[in-house]
Design a protein around this ligand. Structure first.
Ligand SMILES: C[S@@+](CC[C@H](N)C(=O)[O-])C[C@H]1O[C@@H](n2cnc3c(N)ncnc32)[C@H](O)[C@@H]1O
Length: 246
């Protein structure tokens, strides 16, 4: 049993060092370390993201299935790290999970890790995290596109915009306007980068983003004809800046 622990954790204490990134759920792991870990799990370059966006533009919406993942890489290129910060139904984020070496000694966790000997340790641990703690959901750009195609909105209001799937879907289809709101201020920087790339890719969608509590927005001042969102799942996922509701 200890062999697996030392195989996975021995020598490299990348995520066991002190520090914090000022607000995330996985305090104790530095932001640069978190970025490194996120890249180990999903190494999606800007070129990969652009290629994925191009594929999305040519996607045949009549042929997509639950397994079709086109567009997810584009979203993950910007916001995957924040998904790793999100506390899952087992009460911990991925960054907390990887620090809890006592927890890893549980037999079923050990068995799951054992099966993956030889694999990159973060790839292996993330699989275990998803199986054991539940994965943090991603609303696919393709799903948003299907809905926009059906309802042909002029302006979409998304008051808990999350990881960006509905914004990306709107931009691919050049929906005239997208208004996004989210209380997680750590999403501001990734969204700024995402919007920049979407504009560079030539979208005609006008984008208005607000990083504030959706309950404090005066909706009478906003003009919209479609609401599409993915609200918080009570305690199944707890996001940076929100509190668990016990
Ligand atoms: C279910 S998640 C969306 C994730 C979704 N599965 C996706 O792929 O985009 C809900 C989002 O609501 C945000 N949120 C929670 N409470 C909020 C509030 N009071 N006002 C605005 N946003 C809020 C969270 O920060 C989170 O990004």
């Amino acid at each position: 049993m200890n062999t697996v622990i030392s195989y996975l954790f021995g020598g490299d204490n990348l995520y066991l060092q002190g520090g914090g990134n000022g607000g995330g759920n996985g305090g104790g792991v530095k932001k640069s370390q978190k970025e490194e870990i996120a890249t180990k799990i999903k190494n999606i370059t800007e070129e990969d993201a652009i290629r994925d966006y191009e594929k999305l533009k040519h996607a045949d919406l009549n042929k997509i299935t639950n397994e079709t993942r086109t567009g997810n890489k584009f979203v993950d290129h910007f916001t995957f790290l924040e998904r790793l910060e999100t506390v899952s139904k087992k009460g911990m984020s991925y960054f907390e999970f990887i620090k809890d070496t006592e927890y890893h000694k549980k037999r079923y966790i050990q068995n799951l890790l054992n099966y993956q000997k030889g694999e990159d340790k973060h790839v292996a641990l993330y699989r275990v995290f998803k199986l054991h703690c539940g994965s943090i959901g991603l609303f696919k750009p393709l799903t948003a596109m299907e809905l926009y195609n059906k309802f042909k909105p002029n302006t979409v209001l998304d008051f808990t915009m999350g990881w960006g799937g509905r914004l990306v879907g709107a931009c691919v289809l050049d929906i005239p306007k997208y208004i996004g709101i989210d209380s997680n201020k750590q999403l501001k920087e990734p969204y700024n980068k995402m919007v920049k790339l979407l504009k560079n890719q030539g979208t005609k969608t006008k984008i208005k983003l607000m990083f504030k509590d959706a309950l404090k927005v005066d909706y009478s001042k906003l003009d919209y004809d479609c609401v599409l969102t993915s609200p918080p799942y009570y305690n199944l996922e707890v996001y940076t800046g929100t509190k668990s509701k016990n």
